[in-house]
Design a protein around this ligand. Structure first.
Ligand SMILES: [Zn+2]
Length: 75
């Protein structure tokens, strides 16, 4: 199957589009080809450095902060 993969590093995230993803016929677990892994790793390094030159902005990324319930003893 073909999927878009979200890669995130530092304050940036990018979609790696149109990657061919394998799927285990027994359990359905997804697996990536070595080329996909290389592309994901290279993109992760770039994003981590803040190098987004040539990447096309397609929207905004929002953070939804986790709301913790007050554990016992914490206010
Ligand atoms: Zn499996």
């Amino acid at each position: 199957m073909v999927k878009d993969l979200l890669v995130q590093a530092g304050n940036h995230a990018a979609l790696l589009r149109g990657e061919e993803i394998g799927e285990c016929t027994a359990c359905g677990e997804a697996f990536y080809t070595p080329n996909t892994v290389r592309r994901m790793e290279a993109l992760e390094v770039r994003l981590g450095r803040g190098d987004v030159a040539g990447l096309k902005p397609i929207g905004q990324l929002f953070a939804v902060e986790r709301v913790f319930e007050n554990p016992k003893g914490f206010q």
